[in-house]
Design a protein around this ligand. Structure first.
Ligand code: OSB
Ligand code: MG
Length: 381
């Protein structure tokens, strides 16, 4: 990728891969159409190389409810297949990782975690930041916040007002059948017509709901995210033709080919880019580039990342095609204490870390304190 920016070292020799599993309580429960979460269980990948180490966060959730991946499955496939393949390849660049791991079908979040850990080691060793490596064009990024399904409309309004007062530049409401028109109407009337507002259904609707979803048109939403099951591109085409609100795909977009196909079929006019969902930051950049060529706006999604994943997401969101605020919220929206330096919202923005690699430091004492399982280690036989 953008190799002209790389310094001296551009390949690392892999010596071992360590897997750490930690638990972090969320500051408030996060409810979506697929369930309610009170803590984030995180799989961390620590790659040890001859040139130095690197860390990666796997965005798989504890249970296979957002996608087929989950923490235990990701740890197993890394331990049994992916890490051994990297050790066999031995000397490689981050841009070689996807090819080395291609023999295993799927498992994109697991692969993405390894790729970003190798990238962290490689770019730290060469003194290059993720922002420089990715091609960032701004020092800070506009931030939005994803707001879960609340116990009542009053509770929702109180939560949204808090985020508005903190300066978030865009609000995203989680919706599902029975929690859609009413909460959206209430939030729109509280925020006023100029506020950037969007909704995310996480696949909770079916094609039979198209007439119902058309009622959302009156609220001037930026977009409706992933109303239908991920495989059903055709249903999204039908909806896009039936409503004025732009349709945005999240779960459906698993790689650049699928992204281009969905755009060309008019299933989506905006794309939520999540590096874990597409197999890594390098594939995320390819999707960004393909969307930019086609004038399709993109924004950076989130998976309740710790500061480690957030650092890389913020660098990605600084690319030129990321023209809408992302789900890149401050550390305190998720956690009382973050795994790295905290990300603090300033004027509705987060700063792109400037130091080498991810630009943040994993607080290894917390990795030990917060561990939920003993670490696993994969080294050369
Ligand atoms: O669909 O965007 C989603 C969180 C977990 C899984 C899926 C999604 C989300 C979010 C939160 O909306 C985004 C964030 O703040 O990290
Ligand atoms: Mg989503």
């Amino acid at each position: 990728m953008r190799t002209g920016l790389l310094g001296g070292i551009d390949a690392v020799e892999i010596e071992a891969v360590e897997l750490h599993r930690i638990g972090m309580p969320l500051v408030r429960p996060f409810e979506t159409s697929f369930g309610r979460q009170t803590a984030r269980e995180v799989l961390l990948v620590h790659v040890l190389t001859t040139e130095g180490d690197g860390w990666g966060e796997c965005v798989a959730m504890a249970d296979p409810v957002y996608s087929s991946e989950y923490v235990g499955g990701a740890a197993a496939v890394i331990r049994d297949y992916l890490a051994p393949a990297l050790l066999t390849a031995r000397t490689l660049r981050a841009s070689d990782v996807a090819g080395v791991l291609e023999f295993a079908v799927g498992h994109r979040m697991a692969k993405a975690a390894l790729e970003v850990a190798v990238l962290d080691a490689q770019t730290r060793a060469s003194g290059v930041s993720f922002g420089e490596y990715f091609g960032a064009v701004r020092p800070e990024v506009d931030c939005g916040v994803s707001v879960g399904i609340a116990p009542s409309i009053d509770a929702l309004l109180e939560e949204v007002a808090g985020y508005r007062d903190e300066g978030y530049r865009r609000i995203k409401l989680k919706i599902k059948p029975g929690w859609d028109v009413e909460p959206v109407a209430a939030v729109r009337s509280m925020l006023g017509s100029d506020a950037l507002l969007q909704v995310d259904a996480n696949t909770a609707y079916t094609i039979a709901d198209i007439d119902h979803l058309r009622q959302l048109d009156e609220f001037g939403l930026l977009l409706i995210e992933q109303p239908f099951v991920e495989e059903d591109i055709a249903a999204h085409v039908r909806l896009a033709h039936a409503i004025d609100t732009p349709v945005c795909l999240d779960e459906s977009i698993t790689n650049t080919t699928v992204a281009i196909d969905a755009i060309e079929r008019d299933a989506t006019s905006i794309i939520n880019i999540k590096p874990g969902r597409v197999g890594g930051y390098l594939e995320a950049i390819r999707i960004h580039d393909a969307c930019r060529e086609r004038d399709v706006p993109v924004w950076c999604g989130g998976m309740l990342e710790t500061g480690l994943g957030r650092a890389a997401n913020v660098a990605l969101a600084a690319l030129p095609g990321f023209t809408l605020p992302g789900d890149t919220s401050a550390s305190n929206r998720y956690f009382a204490d973050d795994l790295t330096e905290s990300f603090v919202l300033v004027d509705g923005r987060l700063a792109v870390p400037a130091g080498p690699g991810s630009g943040v430091t994993v607080r290894t004492e917390l990795v030990d304190d917060w561990q939920v399982r003993p670490p696993e280690w994969v080294g050369r036989a």
